[in-house]
Design a protein around this ligand. Structure first.
Ligand SMILES: [Zn+2]
Length: 253
């Protein structure tokens, strides 16, 4: 059930039946010369949409811009402050709660969003709205390790495979070699154990980490399938667990 496609009388039924709502949260940020700016929100949206379809959960409209200020030197990157994202997603959760649907999963597509979403989730739970952060690539870290030979870096083999499966028209495979030649081996840059790579451009001149050259739509399909399965399983557990069990415990007697 996609909220945006329903009328309000239909939404009333859907809100009662869904049990759990899924909110895809992504980013619009550079992903090298070979992947689209929408990579992160496209992946989060695809996973959430498929999980909602299979499990009968309520799919909320995607939040397409996140915490991406560290990519700002690359053209087209958009960002909001972390505090803005936290307040914004909490507002969505509170409005949903006012309609009676109190269980929510943030389906996160971008690492830079994780702190803001986690803070929002903790705050919401204290208010009686159990919210959780599904960081999809962390949930399927084992599958990624098994399938992706070149690691899971930003705009590398894993993300290229995922985009190739969900939006093949958006892939610039003719740019893979260029991306690989200019890619950083790992995320960040440290000197004497101190992180000094605050912006992506400090360590990755083309904006990518890891080579996309071994990516394939089939690898993307397998990773996404695993991510959907885990999200469906978690959301089912959430739907079945009584609200009281999810909320913070009272003081010790
Ligand atoms: Zn990404």
């Amino acid at each position: 059930m996609e909220l945006a496609r329903l009328t309000w009388p239909e939404a009333k039924d859907a809100l009662e039946r869904a049990g759990v709502a899924l909110l895809p949260v992504g980013s619009t940020e550079q992903h090298g010369p070979h992947l689209p700016l929408g990579t992160d929100f496209l992946a989060a949206e695809w996973i959430a949409k498929e999980a909602a379809r299979r499990g009968g959960f309520l799919l909320l409209p995607t939040v397409p811009v996140g915490v991406s200020v560290h990519h700002r030197q690359f053209w087209g990157t958009l960002w909001v402050e972390s505090a803005v994202l936290k307040t914004y997603v909490a507002g969505i959760a509170r409005s949903l709660s006012s309609h009676g649907l109190k269980k929510l999963v943030f389906v996160n597509g971008h690492g830079g969003n994780t702190i803001a979403l986690t803070e929002a989730a903790h705050e919401l739970r204290r208010e009686g709205i159990p919210a959780y952060v599904y960081v999809w690539w962390r949930a399927v870290a084992d599958e990624i390790r098994a399938l992706i030979e070149g690691g899971g870096g930003h705009a590398g083999e894993m993300e290229a495979s995922v985009v190739w499966h969900i939006a093949p028209d958006f892939i610039r495979s003719e740019k893979f070699a260029e991306a690989a030649a200019g890619a950083a081996p790992t995320w960040g840059k440290s000197i004497h154990g101190v992180e000094i790579g605050y912006d992506t451009i400090d360590f990755a001149p083309l904006g990518c980490v890891g080579s996309p050259e071994r990516s394939s739509p089939e690898k993307g399909r397998k990773i996404l399938e695993a991510a959907v399965e885990k999200l469906v399983a978690f959301s089912r557990w959430l739907a079945e667990t009584p609200l009281e069990e999810l909320l913070p415990k009272p003081h010790k007697p």
